[in-house]
Design a protein around this ligand. Sequence first.
Ligand code: VG1
Ligand code: CO
Length: 539
Amino acid sequence: MIKTISTTPYTDQKMGTAGLRRKSKVVMQPNYVENFMQSIFNVIGNLNGKTFVVGGDGRFYNDIAIQKIIKMSAANGVSHLIIGQNGFMSTPAGSNIILKNKADGGFILSASHNPGGPNADFGIKYSNHTGGQIPSSVSDAIYQQTTKISEYKICDIPDINLSQIGHQEICGMSIDIIDPVEDYVQMMEEIFDFASIKKLFQSGFTMRFDAMNAVTGPYAQRIFEEILGAPKGSVVNYKPLPDFGGLHPDPNMVYAKELVDFMFSDNAADFGAANDGDGDRNMILGKKFFVTPSDSLAILTDNYKYIPAYKDGIYGVAKSAATSTAVEKVAQAHNIGYYEVPTGWKYFVNLMDSKRITFCGEESFGTGSAHIREKDGIWAVLFWLNIIAATNKSVEDITTEFWQKYGRNYYVRFDFEGVDTTVADKLMENIENKLPSLKGYSQEGFTVSEAFPFVYNDPVDFSSTKNGLVVKFTDGSRIVYRLSGTGSSGATIRVYLERYSLSDIKQDPLKMLTEIFKIAMSISEIPERTGKHQADVVT
Ligand code: VG1
Ligand code: CO
């Protein structure tokens, strides 16, 4: 039944910030998935005795790609697959299942926060035994394989039924189909104080969780409504749909508009939250109040003692370079380690494995801890609910008190999308060339104190990664420039702006960043080089 099929390479199978992400139409080309998967298998080498976890966020092509992966795994000698029922599994649930079963890795079929459907995006995230996504050294080796792949192996059998939980054997490989929600719920129960969150809901506390028609609906309904007792209907857009019902499953102020409108209306719930396509991102809202992800990381870290799993103490905390420095002050106050890494969750993995950090986060609505090796949307929501239950304070009060204690890091990200890749590359090169001469540069009353390309030297594997360009000002304000690594067409220039104030904490972030934005535009020459005077997305 095992067939060897000849193929020819695709030239574009290089992974980005988090796996391979392409237009669905690209991924649907003959042998596209096959070439990529065979390249991974070739790099791993001997698959005998190995176990992998497989699932996806349910987007268009999930069902087709997963069958290919199962049949190719069997043909390549994989011993065991653990598959989410109906082929569904969130990214954090997958990380947990890898770790819990001591699996050798896993594949999550998702383009994360990118839209889904025949005219949108598809993707594959590949994790290793750490439960986190592979380091660049491995993805580079896989990319090399994709450029010379000439054949792949597949087991020629009918599609496997993924709807029944249980065990089966195909082509000499054993398969377990599991309910991915069950293990995840158990893990959350071990971390948080479910009893006190239950009491919170009993007292009449209201929440709205928007699953954005993506993978977390079933997790959220089970946890928030069935177990914790949030009123039925608290979880909306709970049914995973192949095209996310037309939603762009990116939980931010722009794309989670339905939730934002509700939370800023007079009928708002006490608490609002959303997750992205594959369940690793989160957005936190209070009544008419939005928590910036950078602040959320800092606030969760500052309040770790309310959470049963962390109350005895935490290791350090880490953030991506583009994330605001709010959490740095918290790390200093608690006298714990503090790390700054490049954008992408894979850079946190070594820090967690070596017990240097417990918490980590990114400005892009990602927060997580060492309970797994991916960011975790529902974990962040439960963390907030647990703090609210323990303190009896609102989201706004918790955040405001945090600012009163530490000052406020005003933070906004500006995305310039659909830029020609050559223009974007040249633009970044031009900024980088300017950096050495920027020190002392003054504009709009701000003076540059330092300007440098961000370089991370991993303290565990000693790899070095360059990602993003940083301009710092004497008052602590910062600009970070980088190119997105998750898009599926053209380039996206991300401009991250931050300005700190110790006492002026009630201003509008965009207003506070007006001058820094002007400076960011003149240093980068974005308007001149791209024709764009406004960002396409502001979050
Ligand atoms: C974006 C975010 C980054 C995040 C990555 C994956 O990457 O900025 O912080 O880790 O997406 O998130 P980029 O290269 O486009 O800036 V997810 O939710 O796609 O796994
Ligand atoms: Co995601």
